[in-house]
Design a protein around this ligand. Structure first.
Ligand SMILES: O=C(O)CCC(=O)C(=O)O
Length: 294
């Protein structure tokens, strides 16, 4: 039996749910460079049973956290060649953000990229950086926390680094586009600051084929990631994300060895004086583990 290329493409695009077995198998899965959802990998993390909006408020309510106010692109002015002029991000006490999320008074507040373990090292006791193997001390960036309301929306973009997202509380819907389809996503000019974002900023834009005709050619795949699951997002897989309810997630970005070596080659001086982002990650893990074991 032979399948048409279209059927083959649809089949190869599936984002599978895979039970976590061991680190070796996880490393093999990463090599496939395809998103997947890992189940049963963080069931032992106290965070999965303990964390919710009230818990974060109790432990970190007094911390001031960066958040988006309003849909990202309504408050972001972008020039014709894709440069950002301004992003409306504010620093707001977490307790206030959580009050807004709980009272449904405003859909458009989203605490994003919060370095939660720097602010609250004690919360490291609620996760396990060693299982599954989410944290490579040399390559990792600081884990980032996102806290937002139902319908919080992150517009289509792709990332230059791979990422594991651990869904700690609530559910999120992710829609993926493979790297081969980036050319249909109406991206901003490649080397501009917005080069990894689509000009289609919201769900209405995605359905507007008169404005974005190439979007007819994409075959997105949508998955829902549940509380306690981990999603792997390879580099250059574009995605947009909608929270289905109030959510808390932890995002673990890291560089591949190829990226790390390229960075070393390009920035030897920075490396010598210890200014590399990766060294920052190295210092950071030391700090993280010091906090964890003290
Ligand atoms: O969870 C979100 O809203 C966005 C996260 C994201 O885009 C990412 O981790 O690459």
């Amino acid at each position: 039996m032979s399948f048409s290329p279209w059927v083959t493409m649809m089949t190869t695009m599936l984002v599978e749910r895979i039970p976590y077995r061991c680190k070796k198998e996880l490393r093999n899965l990463i090599q496939r460079k395809h998103p997947f959802i890992l189940t049963g990998a963080i069931d032992h993390w106290p965070a999965v049973s303990k964390w919710n909006l009230d818990y974060l408020c109790q432990h970190a309510g007094h911390k001031t956290v960066a958040c988006e106010l309003g849909p990202l692109f309504e408050c972001t002015r972008v020039t014709d060649d894709g440069d950002i002029i301004a992003i409306k991000r504010a620093r707001v006490p977490l307790s206030k953000i959580i009050r807004v999320i709980k009272n449904h008074t405003h859909q458009d507040i989203y605490a994003s990229e919060w370095n939660i373990f720097e602010d609250c090292p004690d919360l490291l006791n609620d996760i396990d950086l060693t299982t599954p193997d989410l944290y490579n001390p040399v390559l990792a960036a600081k884990p980032k926390c996102y806290v937002g309301p139902a319908n919080a929306f992150t517009p289509i973009h792709y990332d230059h680094a791979p990422n594991f997202t651990a869904q700690i509380f609530g559910r999120k819907q992710w829609t993926f586009y493979p790297p081969s389809q980036l050319k249909y996503l109406h991206l901003y000019p490649r080397f501009s600051q917005m080069g990894h974002f689509s000009r289609a900023h919201c769900l209405a834009d995605l359905a507007d084929y008169s404005k974005f005709p190439d979007l007819r050619r994409v075959t997105p795949q949508t998955v829902v990631i549940n509380q306690g699951e981990v999603l792997y997002i390879p580099i250059r897989w574009a995605h947009h994300v909608t929270s289905l309810e109030p959510t808390i997630s932890l995002h673990f970005f890291w560089k591949t060895w190829a990226m790390y070596l390229k960075q070393l080659a390009y920035q030897p001086a920075a490396h010598i004086i210890g200014g590399l982002a990766a060294s920052d990650a190295k210092l950071n893990i030391r700090k993280l583990f010091t906090c964890r074991h003290k």
